[in-house]
Design a protein around this ligand. Sequence first.
Ligand code: ANZ
Ligand code: ZN
Length: 804
Amino acid sequence: MSKAYNTSLIEKKWQKIWDEKGTFYASEDTDKPKYYALIEFPYPSGKGLHVGHPRPYTALDVVARKRRLEGYNVLYPMGWDAFGLPTENYAIKNKIHPRIVTENNVAKFKQQLKSLGYSFDWSREVNTTDPEYYKWTQWIFLKLFEKGLAYKQEFPINWCTDCKIGLANEEVVNGACERCGGEVVRKIKNQWMLKITEYAEKLIKDLDLVDYIDRVKIQQTNWIGRSEGAEVDFEVAGKGEKLRVFTTRPDTLFGATYMVISPEHPMIEKYKDDINNMDSIIEYKDMASKKSDFERTELVKEKTGVEIDGLKAINPVTGKEIPIWISDYVLMSYGTGAIMAVPGHDTRDWEFAKKFNLPIIEVVKGGNVEEEAFTDIQTGEMINSDFLNKLNVEEAKKKITDWLVEKKLGERKINYKLRDWVFSRQRYWGEPIPLVHCEKCGWVPVPEEDLPLTLPEVDNYEPTENGESPIAKIRDWVETTCPKCGGKGERETDTMPQWAGSSWYFLRYTDPHNNEEFASKESLEYWLPVDWYNGGMEHTTLHLLYSRFWHKFLYDIGVVPVPEPYQKRTSHGMILGENNEKMSKSRGNVVNPDEIIEDFGADTLRMYEMFIGDFEKSVPWSMNGVKGCRRFLDKVWKLQDMVVDGDEYSKDLMTNMHKTIKKVSEDFETLKFNTAIAALMSLINDFNSVGKITRGEMRTFLILLNPVAPHITEELWEILGFENMISDQQWAKWDEDKTVDDEIEMAVQVNGKVRGTIVIAVDANKEQAKAKAMEDENIMKHIDGKTIVKEIYVPGKIFNIVVK
Ligand code: ANZ
Ligand code: ZN
């Protein structure tokens, strides 16, 4: 009889062996083909590992382990995205240096990850807060600066008056800070910006080169938001001034009955002396400045606005004078900050026109513009549009644009929704931006040989009242000499955002200890691109886009060998609490992975997270599910008592073995971990009904289960005296022919009507089929007393007997 299944003993034992042997170290020194599997490295928060973390980590661990058995040299690395606000806030509150907080958190995370038995190559661990790492983050920033892709600009940001920090639009809810509820105001700050917009076109186009799940491609494409259209000049009556708009529908120009400019449009300031209602305009501007862009452009909300009294525009095709309004639904940050309003064919303009009683002209026939805007561009035909009449929208667009270009009234234009990346943070715990400001020379890079520019020691990490970084107070760090002229200079005191270090970490993994370069050419050539990258959907338009941008830039300056960093991208769903809500302390539904490992074992946790449901969907946690997985592994453990000699598969199990190998092999590739496990569960039931298993069957079973439950399978492998370790074996192969059942059910027809079914061997001949058919009463009933004139037999498919 076997010993008890002692998870803690077995799991610690194998983790130690893997560690000592360096079983999962990747090396470039091999003839094997490479495979680079990657998951998003975690932010080591003080809360420790969440049960959500192991879902993607286990999934790609399964892939990595399978690939090794398939003969690949696999890189599956891990590291820490460790700069960031929570650590800094914790440090401020508890008066501990963020570096120490980070060290502690990393130690805790690492111990937790090790207890899950991942096949990470721990010799390549990276940490974004390590000066030897961020030296290269700074280096890349300087390259961007050198090429003109980093610039400093006055930029309105959402400023939380309590946190004293800039917030992203998504972080402002009803004018208040999402974190603390504090008041959010717009504050103009001089910020470092990265010109990601320069890569907008490539970031869309090169999605063709990669194999990302559709929803990722779609989200990125929409986020970049490419719009083709035209810019058109409208004359401001009597001012010799042009008001330029961006439109995607130049074909509707004859229907432009008024214009709208953004409340921040510079024209207001310029013509303030000509405007008779400046008071109401200023009042409106104030109100608008309190809203986020998101709120301003929400479709559902009631339109507001003020007509500018004193300025009129002239529609360039009709020559008619039209009013100019200001409204917050027009953003200064998009296009030209001004629009031609076509209420007949644009929904927002239509609502605005209805509210303020502005004229609506139908220029595309097809709807009823008194009822709603007609926005279809496929079916309509132009009317009320002079030389465009009778054309369809597409033709009209082309014709009017040509006309505008010819008359020098406008030009073709492509716009993107994508904005440049605000790259400054006024906080301590981030990479210092390695630039010095000199009165004479302007912004001067810190020389490469002086990198890393390390963070100064400060006593107080609190941001300052005026919104400057706490570093600004360390005068002897700030005051320096200009690297160019040797005169007096001051260091930039903003730090980089957390997205910096994660924008290139996958490159560092290829050669993490290199002191000369961020990675050697050979390592990059060998390992890139990442073959399979799995990560959260919430990073699609942040980290995933940012890192593609940095990578493309590095490709353009010739320091990485491939244009795209990640060949394949997949994404996992969230794990919710047992009550189907997001796990959180306040909801009391948090599951601690340590406790699951303690009570059930790491293999059970790994297996459960792979079995829990469709990998791409959110699913609630279930303790019953965990127990079910543990019961399965208990059954696996007991298999050792049923093993009999024989390297072959037995006749009874032959088809099932081949079928299961095929199913598991394919499902592991297509994120169907749950159905792969189900197949293994069903195979064990077959083992149990047969009552014994050959060594050959057991061997294959252990190999198939190994990627999901690596500890128990290595242990059984050893107990049963198989050679070496599973990690040294080859992935199981299946024989397609043998995946088909030897016996099948076949319908038997008499004169084209099904009269019964027979069970026969797949390769049975007509005589054998006929013999079986004759045993069937119902079939015989239809044949008896008649003459068989024809027998049509299609092996494996059908048997048709024709009688007279
Ligand atoms: C006239 C027009 C007629 C428009 C029509 C649309 C339909 P996307 O696809 O998002 O690029 N627009 C331009 N700049 C704007 C700004 N700064 N703030 C708010 N709206 C702005 O949409 C471009 C369209 O959005 C432009 O085309 C313009 O309205 C508006 F039947 O011009 B359109
Ligand atoms: Zn200088």
